[in-house]
Write a new protein. Structure first.
Length: 266
C-alpha cells in the first residue's frame, strides 16, 4: 500500500513538473456551423433612422461633437474578419450626407453641412468600414455596444451574435484584450475601447488597445478616421466650386471618371 502511495505521489509530482508551473494549453475552439438564419456578413440596414429610434437614440440633422469619442470593433467568424459596414446610423441617401473615398475602393459617409432637412444621422454611427464606432453627441452620455448592434440590426445577447448561438457555436468577447463574460449589450463605448467578438475556431490575434485611441475628429483633411490611410475627398461633394449631388453608384472610382468634365460642361 505504501509503494502504491509513493508511486501515486511521484506521478502527481511529475505531472506538476516537480512543483513548478506550466502554461495551460487550452484546446482550440471548434468551427462554428453556418446558421440557417442570421449568418455573416451583415449589411447596413436600409432604415437607419428607424433602427436609431429602436436603439433608444435620437437621430439628428447633423453631427454634434459635445461628446466625441471613438471605439473600435472587430468581429471574426472561424478566423475570417467580418466587415462592419460604413454608414450604420446614417441616412446615406439624404442629399446633405456627403460621400467620400475610403481605403481601396470603399466609400464613406458623413461630413453633413449644411444640416439635413429631416433627421439623417444617429449620435452613434460608422463613417467607414474600418470598424471605428463614432459617438458624436450633443450630450455627455456614452453609448453601448447593444445600441450599436440594434442599429446594425444584428442580434447580440449573452447567447448569440447574429445567428451564431451557444452551444452550437463558440462565442467569445474581449474588451481591451481581456475576455468579457457579462452582458455584451452593456459594454460602454468609451474613448479607445477595443472590442473583439470571436465566433468559432482559429482564434486570431487582435489588439489589446484600440486603434481608435487618441483619434481626433472624424474628418481630418488628407487622412481617414483610422489615421493610417490616405483619404482623397470626393470632388463632387467636397469641392466648393462643384454642385453637391448624389451619385448613382457607390463606387467612387467610377464617379471620378464622370466628374472629369470641366465644371459647367453639362
Amino acid at each position: 500500500m505504501r509503494r502504491w502511495g509513493a508511486c501515486l505521489l511521484a506521478v502527481v509530482l511529475a505531472g506538476c513538473g516537480g512543483g513548478g508551473k506550466k502554461a495551460v494549453q487550452t484546446p482550440p475552439a471548434r468551427e462554428a456551423p453556418t446558421p440557417a438564419h442570421g449568418a455573416a456578413p451583415w449589411p447596413a440596414p436600409s432604415n437607419p433612422m428607424k433602427r436609431t429610434r429602436l436603439a433608444g437614440l435620437t437621430p439628428e440633422t447633423h453631427e454634434f461633437v459635445f461628446l466625441h469619442v471613438h471605439s473600435h470593433l472587430d468581429v471574426f467568424v472561424n478566423g475570417a474578419r467580418v466587415t462592419v459596414p460604413a454608414g450604420i446610423g446614417i441616412a446615406i441617401d439624404d442629399p446633405a450626407v456627403r460621400l467620400f473615398e475610403g481605403p481601396g475602393d470603399s466609400v464613406g459617409y458623413g461630413g453633413i453641412s449644411p444640416p439635413c432637412f429631416s433627421p439623417c444621422i444617429s449620435p452613434l454611427h460608422t463613417h467607414l468600414t474600418d470598424g471605428i464606432l463614432h459617438t458624436e453627441a450633443k450630450q455627455n452620455q456614452f453609448n453601448s455596444l447593444g445600441e450599436f448592434f440594434t442599429e446594425w440590426n444584428v442580434r447580440l445577447d449573452g447567447r448569440c451574435v447574429g445567428g451564431y448561438c451557444r452551444p452550437a457555436a463558440p462565442v467569445a468577447i474581449y474588451v481591451d484584450g481581456k475576455q468579457y463574460t457579462g452582458d455584451p449589450r452593456q459594454i460602454e463605448l468609451q474613448q479607445g475601447t477595443e472590442i473583439a467578438i470571436v465566433i468559432g475556431a482559429h482564434r486570431p490575434t487582435f489588439p489589446r488597445t484600440s486603434r481608435a485611441k487618441g483619434r481626433g475628429p472624424a474628418f481630418v483633411p488628407g487622412r481617414s478616421p483610422g489615421g493610417t490611410t490616405r483619404l482623397r475627398r470626393h470632388p463632387a461633394v467636397f469641392a466648393p466650386h462643384r454642385p453637391r449631388c448624389r451619385l448613382p453608384s457607390r463606387t467612387a472610382r467610377a464617379a471620378r471618371t464622370r466628374l472629369r468634365e470641366p465644371h459647367g460642361a453639362r
